[in-house]
Write a protein that binds this ligand. Structure first.
Ligand code: HEC
Length: 173
């Protein structure tokens, strides 16, 4: 009988010892155990409230989409050498693989397209109004079977204007 009591007391001591060790760990150590993370108890912290201007009510991409391409004006200075230089970086990042290092449509990736990527120094492209070129890069070319990818969700609007100014700065071949 006495033996059983000792065993029970021993088991209780081990149990409470382990329990307090875990509690101390949970309360005083920086990295708690898994069940303490927000992933498991999501509603214990207040929900984040969005800033008032997090979703644009004026301006934004939808305005570009809805506008007449011929009326769109670049917010940047097309003649600024710094803008052209930045446009060149955008070109190397997002266009060169298709339109080629020489802007002639001979990029490695572009060769699998039909029609092939356009020569960006051809008279037709060079004579395209800036706003229209911006729209073509953003939402694709409005022509059946056209293959220019829509890059609006890939490239920032300002960077799209920069690459337009860069392409136009190259001139007719
Ligand atoms: C995935 C390949 C690919 C990428 C990336 C790409 N293009 Fe193109 N682009 C094409 C193809 C293919 C065409 C030919 C479109 C057609 O005639 O159907 C084209 C056509 C064009 C045209 C001519 C549109 C017209 O009026 O026919 C312009 C301008 C142009 N691209 C600019 C760009 C610029 C600037 C970038 C980078 C921001 C870019 N493209 C990225 C494949 C690409």
């Amino acid at each position: 009988m006495k033996k059983n009591l000792v065993i029970a007391l021993g088991a209780l001591t081990v149990f409470f010892g382990a329990y307090s060790a875990l509690t101390i760990y949970d309360h005083y150590f920086k990295y708690g155990r898994m069940w303490q993370t927000p992933a498991v108890r999501p509603h214990e912290t207040p929900l984040l409230v969005m800033d008032d201007d997090a979703v644009p009510v004026h301006g934004g991409e939808s305005v570009y989409r809805a506008s007449d391409p011929l009326q769109l004006q670049s917010p940047l200075d097309a003649g600024d050498p710094e803008i052209i230089k930045q446009g060149q970086v955008v070109y190397a990042t997002f266009c060169q693989q298709c339109h080629g290092i020489n802007h002639d449509g001979q990029g490695t990736v572009g060769q699998s397209f039909a029609p092939l990527p356009t020569d960006l120094r051809s008279p037709r492209v060079q004579q395209t109004v800036d706003g229209l070129m911006f729209t073509e890069i953003s939402f694709g070319v409005d022509r059946p079977g056209a293959r220019q990818p829509a890059l609006a969700t890939t490239i920032f609007p300002e960077d799209r204007w920069k690459v337009v100014h860069y392409v136009k700065s190259l001139g007719i071949r």
